[in-house]
Design a protein around this ligand. Structure first.
Ligand code: TRP
Length: 439
């Protein structure tokens, strides 16, 4: 029989999947580059009107199918080609995990460095740029940290749904929640914190007329929730038949957004209190912040918490990405879970080699002016996830059958069912496509 989550365990694992590097590392620099509060508003609108319906859709399809992404879409639409969307997710997962685990490895390196003190060796806060660049340019060291993160993920996922993924989330999520709240409280109490709040909450209206802000906000909404890659479809296949999908989806979306905003409350007030410009790109977490930690009172302790949070949040997201291809391989090859997870992890590591070497051996390769890591990130959040999202929306709205969709989601007798289907049929595909084309 297929394994099943406990009810609370599912919610923890699903929020754990959604809340990750996207909420902390990615959210902070994308918000910084795209005007802060204006970005936040567009992002929240995208999360509610496009993200939430897609989470519900994925969970409903997954629970009805009770199988991996490819098999489920095949059975739910026999004779049609929707299963290709499942195949896209399986292949996409290798590439996402490939570059995601790289950054997760950086976080682990900084966490261990914060604990053993080596991170605090560059005495001047201005030395962290050189520290970071020297680290990522080393040919092997980043790969080793990345492998460590992949190895932990493999061990957890191989142990199964209840005893692996659920158990690890039960342990990690409460700790991560406490850390992020503690960091936000600390940051908000720094002198000059108000400027950070202003940046996050008072919009610069001119940003609303820049299409790039919309593209970034929708890309971030997809990445942060982790939709369009059959994650919730796969997690949903282990869902208790009695658990409400609508309520669960609301909790997941709310939890993910709260974590992103709390991370913003931890990062921006501190950045502004020290008079730094937040629009510094992806290096915000690995250059700017360690520089801050090295100067602020109690900064070493705070820095240790921060990088522990980053590495832990990355782990709980890596579980879900690895589960998608693992479930597929286990069924397709009729392998044990353990064997399937190991092969999926290996393939992900291989798919991640180009960006991992993108600062060393392959340093000179750029695509449209982007380095390899940026190219992966861009292709995933602006092409792969939106394509997956459109396919899931079209399948649920048009391909699956109205009454089946409403019944599977548990929204048959709810007025929200109509709104949900309307969003999947018209709003999501049109908006995603429009944003897509302009990118
Ligand atoms: N949502 C996670 C984050 O914010 C990352 C993630 C997990 C993800 N599963 C995903 C991203 C699937 C894209 C697709 O860090």
């Amino acid at each position: 029989m297929r394994e099943q989550w406990s009810r609370g365990g599912f919610l923890l694992a699903a929020v754990g999947s959604a809340a990750g590097l996207g909420n902390i590392w990615r959210f902070s620099y994308v918000a910084g580059e795209n005007g802060g509060a204006a970005f936040l508003i567009i992002y929240m609108v995208a999360v509610i009107f496009i993200g939430l319906p897609l989470v519900i859709a994925e969970l409903a399809i997954g629970r009805r199918g009770r199988d991996d992404a490819v098999a489920t879409l095949r059975h739910q639409a026999p004779g049609k080609h929707w299963y290709i969307a499942g195949g896209l997710s399986v292949v996409g997962a290798f590439f996402i995990l490939g570059f995601y685990s790289l950054i997760a490895g950086w976080a682990l390196k900084y966490f261990i460095g914060a604990v053993d003190g080596s991170l605090w060796a560059p005495v001047h806060s201005s030395a962290y740029g050189a520290y970071f660049k020297a680290f990522i340019a080393r040919p092997y060291e980043p790969l080793i940290w990345q492998l460590l993160m992949i190895a932990i993920t493999t061990a957890v996922v191989a142990a199964g749904i209840r005893h692996g993924i659920e158990a690890a989330n039960r342990l990690l999520m409460p700790i991560l929640g406490l850390i992020i709240i503690a960091l936000a409280v600390y940051s908000l109490n720094l002198d000059g914190a108000e400027k950070g709040l202003e940046f996050l909450f008072s919009p610069d209206w001119s940003a609303f007329s820049r299409p790039a802000v919309y593209i970034a906000a929708i890309g971030q909404a997809f990445f942060s929730l982790g939709i369009g890659m059959a994650i919730f479809l796969t997690y949903g296949s282990y869902l208790d038949p009695g658990q409400s999908i609508g309520k669960s989806a609301c909790i997941i979306v709310l939890g993910d957004s709260l974590l992103a905003i709390t991370a913003g409350l931890a990062i921006f007030p501190a950045v502004f209190a020290f008079g730094i410009d937040p629009a510094e790109g992806p290096e915000l977490a690995f250059i700017t912040l360690p520089g801050l930690f090295s100067q602020m009172p109690g900064g070493r302790f705070i820095g240790t918490l921060f990088f522990g949070l980053l590495a832990g949040a990355a782990l709980t997201s890596m579980f879900s990405i690895l589960e998608v291809p693992s479930a597929y391989l286990a069924r397709r090859m009729a392998w044990s879970r353990r064997k399937a997870v190991c092969l999926a992890a290996l393939l992900s590591f291989l798919a991640g080699l180009p960006p991992a070497l993108g600062f060393a051996l392959l340093e000179d390769i750029t695509i449209n002016g982007r380095g390899l890591l940026d190219t992966y990130d861009y292709a995933v959040s602006h092409l792969l996830l939106p394509t997956g999202g459109i396919l899931i929306a079209l399948f649920t709205g048009w391909g699956w059958g109205k009454s089946r969709a409403l019944e599977a989601s548990g929204l048959l007798n709810s007025p929200l069912g109509k709104v949900w289907l309307f969003s999947l049929r018209y709003i999501s595909p049109v908006v995603i496509l429009a944003v897509f084309m302009s990118a």
